[in-house]
Design a protein around this ligand. Structure first.
Ligand code: MLT
Length: 414
């Protein structure tokens, strides 16, 4: 019999979103008559069609693939330069963030990138995650053998948890006397929907430079930021090129969750340490990893992503973001009318609410599902500090959002 990776046996239950799906399916099996009225505001999956500019570009790319003289086989390992150049010109240069096209690696998703990047890091790093946190950062470290088993609080031994609470505005304190090697930060934040100021990110970058740490900065939701003074990229912070990797995605701004295109940025300055004490370029290792294990995103999809940066694409993606942010505003104001405390949802598609009557996150999940046929995500699924909170995703149709808020008003006020 072949041996397995025993680290997988340390993982708790299922991955959060399939686990929610399992519970919803069990509920629907018992209550088949309400199958059509369940409104899903759990996983952050987009509902609106792909921008027209992207569809036209992909359709043209399919035509090109049908003729020998315009056919494309394997693409360049890091993705097509015409896409990487546009990313630099539109997303980084205007915000004075110094990123070069050859530091961008096009991929099929930030979830994959944040997990895959662990291939190039050793086993003895002190790894910090916020709590609550996007569960992928934790689970991929468990799979890679970077943690021990869970403790009595269902937290993995060996991981350093940075508590994100109401008291600290969901921006955890930077530990003064702990040396962290790898720090995961996600802003605008999933799940709390909150943002980080320039001062806060500067403090992390200074910490990382002082301690030779690497920040894994997940900026998947950056296009939802509506205040230009809030950093959109970690590279807007001086010194970040020496200490940060950034992850970006077209999933949420351009509706690519089912189309798949994302990218990571690994600056050339970034160094790690080999067992013999020498410094090694992280960029070179990631390039080696990606060119060995990955064949890149299809030509057709990269053309679709490039069209995000066309004039029409910019207008259409802005419109999508505006639409989802309006949903978030409707959710926020409806909950506030019910005297429910809400966070997030202003520069992010997630609204983070305090459960009423001190209900536990899962009890509130059950209440919403049973009484209002609404599915959300229990805050405790994102970590211990998420207990007593609940996440509602604004990625939905307007009709569903309005109907869900109407049902909540009826159910939570009787
Ligand atoms: C979420 O709901 O947290 C996101 O959809 C997860 C993801 O993008 O993978």
């Amino acid at each position: 019999m072949a041996n397995i990776n025993d680290n997988y046996l340390k993982l708790q239950a299922g991955y959060l979103f399939p686990e929610i799906g399992r519970r919803v399916n069990a509920y629907l099996e018992a209550n088949p008559d309400v199958a059509n009225s369940v409104i899903k505001m759990g996983i952050g999956d987009v509902t609106e069609p792909l921008p027209e500019a992207c569809r036209i570009a992909m359709s043209k790319a399919i035509d090109a693939q049908s003729k020998r003289d315009s056919f494309h086989g394997y693409g360049p390992e890091q993705g097509y330069l015409w896409l990487r150049d546009k990313i630099v010109a539109f997303d980084y240069t205007p915000r004075n963030a110094n990123v070069a096209a050859d530091e961008i690696f096009i991929s099929d998703g930030s979830k994959c990138d944040t997990g895959n990047i662990l291939d190039i890091f050793g086993k003895d790093n002190v790894i910090a995650v916020t709590d609550p946190v996007y569960p992928v950062y934790v689970d991929t470290n468990v799979m890679a053998g970077h943690t021990g088993p869970t403790d009595d609080n269902s937290e993995y031994t060996g991981l350093h948890y940075l508590r994100a609470t109401e008291e600290n505005n969901f921006t955890p304190d930077i530990p003064a006397d702990t040396k962290l090697d790898i720090i995961y930060l996600c802003y605008p934040n999933n799940p709390t929907g909150t943002v980080a100021s320039k001062e806060y990110l500067t403090a992390w970058v200074n910490y990382a430079i002082e301690h030779n740490s690497i920040i894994m900065f997940d900026a998947a939701y950056r296009d939802f930021i509506t205040d230009p003074t809030i950093p959109h990229s970690i590279y807007e912070i001086e010194g970040a090129r020496k200490c940060a990797i950034e992850f970006r995605s077209f999933s949420k701004n351009a509706g690519f969750t089912g189309t798949r295109c994302a990218f990571s940025i690994v600056p050339k300055e970034l160094q790690g340490r080999a067992a013999d004490g020498s410094s090694v370029s992280i960029h070179k290792l990631w390039h080696r990893r990606q060119s060995t294990k990955y064949n890149g995103v299809s030509y057709i999809v990269q053309r679709g992503a490039e069209a995000v940066y066309s004039e029409a694409g910019q207008e259409q993606t802005s419109e999508l973001i505006r639409f989802y942010l309006e949903n978030a505003a409707i959710i926020r104001s409806s909950l506030a009318e019910l005297d429910i405390t809400v966070y997030g949802g202003v520069h992010a598609p997630y609204v983070w609410l305090k459960t009423p009557d001190n209900l536990s996150s899962w009890d509130f999940f059950d209440k919403l599902l049973n009484e209002a046929n609404i599915v959300g995500t229990p805050g405790s699924g994102f970590g211990r500090s998420g207990e007593g909170f609940f996440r509602l995703s604004a990625f939905n149709t307007r009709a569903n959002v309005e109907e869900a808020m109407h049902r909540l008003a009826v159910k939570l006020t009787v």
